[in-house]
Design a protein around this ligand. Sequence first.
Ligand SMILES: C[S@@+](CC[C@H](N)C(=O)[O-])C[C@H]1O[C@@H](n2cnc3c(N)ncnc32)[C@H](O)[C@@H]1O
Length: 176
Amino acid sequence: MVARKLELMRRYDETAGFYDRRYEDTQRAKYRMITKNLPRGSKRILDLGCGTGMFLEELCAEFVVGVDASPEMLKVAKGRARGVALVRADADALPFADGSFDAVVSVTLLQNMPNPAVTVREVARVLNLGGVTVLTVLKRKYSREELEKWVKQAGMKLIDSGEIEGNEDIFCVAKL
Ligand SMILES: C[S@@+](CC[C@H](N)C(=O)[O-])C[C@H]1O[C@@H](n2cnc3c(N)ncnc32)[C@H](O)[C@@H]1O
């Protein structure tokens, strides 16, 4: 991993112990919007940048995987998300074959990435044909137009995008 990514990972490691206390309410409001947009019956779901696993415990599927770069965030996730596979990996280089997932969710990860367009391309790679992704990003860092552009550049069809009411993130829903 490049230096900037390693530095960020260390920062998230330091945050892991108090992350839920500080961010739970705001993150769970995002999950409510995402869950509404996920197709029912998705069998294989990836939560990219899963952090402490708050969303993982809400996701229902035969196979749920959480990926994060921070060992300390994953340690917290391990304690809460039962029956879920947790993988430490860089979101830009996922250790999964093409078309591995029916749905990919990623909540407040993209503003951390050096080139979010590359990350979104990786999301598209691991989605199967017809698969759906719901992505969110901090709106103080990126615009809705930028998020839409990354999705289209990755070869996905935009279904919806907008602001999450009263929240710090913008979102988009897209299909491969
Ligand atoms: C703002 S937190 C969001 C966590 C979680 N999605 C949530 O809803 O609370 C961003 C997460 O992205 C992870 N992350 C940052 N850079 C990453 C990378 N290059 N690859 C994978 N995960 C990364 C961090 O470790 C952190 O857990």
